[in-house]
Design a protein around this ligand. Structure first.
Ligand code: C2E
Ligand code: CA
Ligand code: CA
Length: 619
């Protein structure tokens, strides 16, 4: 019995276990069980030497034994309340009942011992033991716990529920059988069954037997725990893309190597496997004050080994920082930094990285809020515009709408910093609609103020177009602003897959009849597929700035670009050159069949209201 308890202790201290509140309750149970087991042993030893020992000691030890057993039952109730998330005021009744029962038992034990009604030792050192209420109290607790479990069974995983209920029932059975045989030697052991179940189900952290690592929740728990206790940690993350697939195993040599890193370089380091290919080693800096040197020697070793394995990797070192610790976002920080790193790169995280990450988080948070609110007039989304020169008329009559965010803590934010995030999380959908709405509004104002404008183009991403109600939404927004459809154009880039191509083709065909124009954006940056391009009824092909730059630098490119532009023109597409920065660019692009010219030479993107400076007033 005592041995079992000690085994428990060894297990919970060697295995890495989450230090949650329920775990602390559980740990107290083990201590109480040890107390019970020890007092039980002492009690039986004392019974053999009643001649020499004062009887009060025997009484005291017996009471300790009983009360520690009931304290365990009381803790089980606390434990059940915690793990079943019973946070309502009305759930406190279980606690009141359990605590009251405990007070009654304590009183009962003391009174019956003092008055010698249930148990006493007579002058001849005989033990006189009458019937006790002990089993009654035991069943009372068992009933409370079973009730809690049964009434809240939906809150725990079914297998765990069954496991715990069965072990509790088993304990009750053993108690009953004991009672029938009027003996008590298994009393303490009865408590072990549910504890085995709890340890097994609730507090075991699956070890990765290959490399001896624990999982992600253990990692998050450790970082939270260390933050709370102000223990600085050194976190070393190794990401191996190739293994980041579910159930992918490390080859034997790599397993050996990882185990070697686990123990060799840092004192008391812990190893975590956060995903298939992500291994994290954590050590306390206080225990490794010379961690810089240790890191260097580990890296040196790593690169010798790298000769053998040649795996793509990203390595990040960081010491825990309070601001990130507050929200316990280390894994997210690591993932974010990795997304900016190249393969086979090593990074020591510094203040600037943390700052960039916090900005990133802030942007994500704001985008999410914009998405959630779904307000087509959200003031954080700004439409900038770049006027486009009509080379034939020499006037500005079209423009491209370009998105900016204006965020309280950051001011104006440029697309590079938020479009990829917005696309990744799907928030782009609302942003595009807001830009469309605001552009329509500005168009209406410009027209009503007497400006001539042919159209303004709005960028949409593939994520927008894939929405089944894309066309409907676009038409509705234009219509609600009361402007003619042909004042609006949609810019799309070439699709990457056959599937997307079909979607784009269908959407263009759905919208084309309304009068909306279509631009093919960034031509010349991908693997242009002419068969596909000419299958789509685009109106304008936007030649990317890279083609302008290339044409500037060598005549071969110029010939080729010029040839392409002529070909498109002959096929009744208009060619727009992007990124015209100076007079030379301009002249060359006009030579190369440029119908529209856009770039810093004419204007940087400006707030859309500023277009009045460029467009011609006709009435
Ligand atoms: P894009 O559609 O190719 O837009 C043209 C980009 O080139 C703009 O950058 C513009 O400021 C920049 N640019 C204009 N003239 C010149 C020039 O003479 N030289 C150089 N080097 N650059 C020039 P911006 O505004 O930072 O936008 C970047 C990208 O973000 C856009 O590329 C587009 O892909 C995306 N984006 C912007 N607004 C939206 C939007 O409302 N929706 C979507 N889905 N994407 C947008
Ligand atoms: Ca564009
Ligand atoms: Ca472009």
């Amino acid at each position: 019995m005592l041995a079992s308890c000690l085994a428990f202790l060894v297990l919970i201290f060697t295995a890495y276990i989450n230090h949650t509140k329920s775990f602390r309750i559980f740990r107290n149970c083990i201590f109480l069980l040890i107390l019970a087991a020890v007092s039980d042993i002492v009690y039986h030893m004392l019974l053999n030497s009643l001649d020499t020992v004062p009887h009060e000691v025997v009484y005291a030890v017996r009471i300790t034994f009983h009360l520690s057993l009931f304290a365990i039952l009381l803790h089980f109730v606390f434990y059940a309340k915690e793990t079943l998330h019973m946070e309502l005021k009305s759930d406190d009744k279980y606690i009141y009942a359990a605590v009251t029962a405990y007070a009654l038992i304590a009183l009962y034990e003391i009174v019956t011992t003092v008055t010698g009604t249930v148990f006493y030792i007579d002058e001849e050192n005989n033990i006189i033991q009458g019937p006790s209420l002990f089993p009654l109290f035991f069943f009372f607790y068992a009933v409370i716990i079973l009730l809690m479990l049964i009434l809240h069974k939906s809150r725990i995983y079914k297998q765990i529920y069954i496991g715990i209920v069965v072990t509790t029932l088993l304990s009750i059975c053993v108690m009953l059988i004991q009672g029938m045989h009027r003996q008590s030697s298994f009393t303490a052991a009865v408590f072990l069954f549910p504890m085995y179940a709890i340890l097994y189900f609730m507090h075991s952290n699956p070890y990765d037997p290959e490399i001896g690592a624990v999982n992600i929740s253990a990692f998050e728990d450790l970082t939270a725990y260390s933050y709370a206790h102000k223990n600085e940690l050194l976190i070393m993350s190794l990401f191996l893309q190739e293994f980041d697939v579910k159930d992918r195993k490390f080859p034997k040599e790599l397993q050996d190597l990882i185990r070697h890193y686990n123990h060799h370089f840092f004192k008391r380091a812990l190893l975590f496997r956060l995903s298939g290919g992500r291994i994290v080693l954590v050590a306390e800096t206080a225990k490794n004050p010379d961690y810089r040197e240790r890191l260097d020697s580990m890296l040196k070793d790593f690169y010798t080994q790298h000769e053998r394995f040649r795996l793509d990797h990203k390595i990040i070192f960081l010491t825990t920082i309070d601001e990130i610790g507050k929200t316990n976002d280390y894994l997210d920080l690591i993932r974010y930094l990795e997304s900016l790193m190249g393969d086979r790169e090593v990074k020591y995280v510094d203040k600037k990285d943390i700052e960039a990450y916090r900005e990133h988080k802030y942007i994500v948070h704001e985008l999410e809020d914009i998405f959630r609110k779904g307000d087509l007039n959200d003031s954080r989304v700004k439409v900038y515009c770049q006027p486009v020169l009509n080379a034939r008329s020499g006037k500005y009559d079209t423009a491209e709408a370009l998105m900016r965010l204006k965020l309280e803590k950051m001011g104006i934010v440029y697309p590079d910093s938020f479009i990829p995030i917005a696309e990744k999380y799907g928030y782009i959908k609302i942003l595009s609609l807001i830009i469309l709405n605001k552009t329509c509004l500005a168009i209406r104002r410009l027209i009503s103020e007497g400006y001539y404008l042919k159209r303004i183009s709005v960028n949409f991403s593939m994520i927008d177009v894939r929405e089944s109600d894309f066309s409907e939404k676009v038409l509705k927004i234009i219509e609600s602003n009361g402007i003619p459809y042909e004042k609006l154009a949609i810019e799309l880039t070439e699709s990457q897959s056959e599937q997307d191509f079909i979607i784009v083709r269908d959407k263009i065909n759905e919208l084309k009849d309304s009068g909306i124009k279509f631009y093919l954006d960034d031509f010349g940056t991908g693997y242009s597929n002419f068969d596909r391009i000419i299958e789509l009824p685009f109106d304008i092909i936007k030649f990317d700035r890279s083609l302008v730059v290339a044409s500037n630098s060598d005549t071969k490119s110029e010939t080729m670009v010029s040839y392409l532009a002529h070909m498109f023109s002959d096929m009744h597409y208009s060619v727009l050159y992007e990124g015209i920065e100076n007079k030379d660019d301009e002249q060359m692009c006009i030579r190369m069949c440029g119908r529209y010219l856009q770039g810093y030479k004419y204007s940087k993107p400006i707030p859309i209201e500023g277009l009045t400076e460029y467009f011609e007033r006709v009435s």
